[in-house]
Design a protein around this ligand. Structure first.
Ligand code: CA
Length: 221
């Protein structure tokens, strides 16, 4: 899952980046509205944290531009403390959720996880399929009731495929949703992560669709 953080206060942007990375997200940061609009238009984010008070181009204009271009990416807006007017404007401009500054980082992360899973049609933070139980709050996996250790990368791969269950996920798509722009990416390492994950999951849980990509099937699980 890949998130765009559009926030011009460097300290807050860094805190958001660290908290979201710790929660299993790949994070890109934009420090002004021009960059934010560009990145949000060009890259396939699973969610966006958008400060409304951005230099260059304000957050509301950025959000309206994305929605006018047909983007349905879930957006959580950050508003000035106690400004109910900003909340109303944000929601009317197409925001899915909001938080007033200052906020608790845990609350922001929980709200963002909820936006991501709802956009995949999932209701619970625990993604369950057959004997497999992936808890997106703690980034932990259980198979047949037993805890199974995952590395951060393995978690990201499995979380993305579980959110996209039933669909074939192409190599390029998986790579784009696992890594931020500045990350080292080597699409061959995806095969390594998938192979390691398969050893930890029931046989056939992640199917290879030859020439297309990978799929987690509800029927096969
Ligand atoms: Ca600001």
């Amino acid at each position: 899952m890949r998130v765009l953080v559009a926030e011009d206060e460097p300290a807050l942007a860094r805190q958001l980046q660290q908290a979201l990375q710790a929660a299993g997200f790949a994070v890109d940061v934009a420090g002004d509205g021009i960059d934010a609009e560009y990145l949000g238009r060009e890259l396939p984010f699973d969610a966006v944290v958008l400060d409304l008070g951005l230099p260059g181009k304000d957050g509301l204009s950025v959000l309206r531009a994305w929605r006018a271009a047909g983007s349905a990416v879930p957006v959580l807006v950050l508003t000035a403390r106690g400004s109910w007017q900003e909340k109303v404007l944000g929601i009317d401009a197409g925001a899915d959720d909001y938080l007033g500054k200052p906020f608790q980082m845990e609350e922001l992360v929980a709200r963002l996880r909820a936006l991501v899973r709802r956009s995949s049609g999932l209701a619970s933070p625990v993604l369950t399929l057959g004997a497999v139980r992936l808890d997106t709050r703690s980034c932990t996996l259980e198979v047949e009731g037993r805890p199974v250790a995952l590395t951060a990368h393995e978690y990201r791969v499995l979380a993305y495929l579980m959110h996209q269950r039933g669909r074939v996920v192409a190599r390029a798509e998986l790579s784009e949703h696992l890594y931020a722009q500045d990350a080292d990416r080597d699409s061959n390492t995806l095969d390594v992560f998938i192979a390691r994950l398969r050893r930890k999951l029931p046989p056939g849980f992640i199917a290879t669709v030859r020439g297309l990509g990978w799929r987690i099937d509800e029927a096969a699980a």
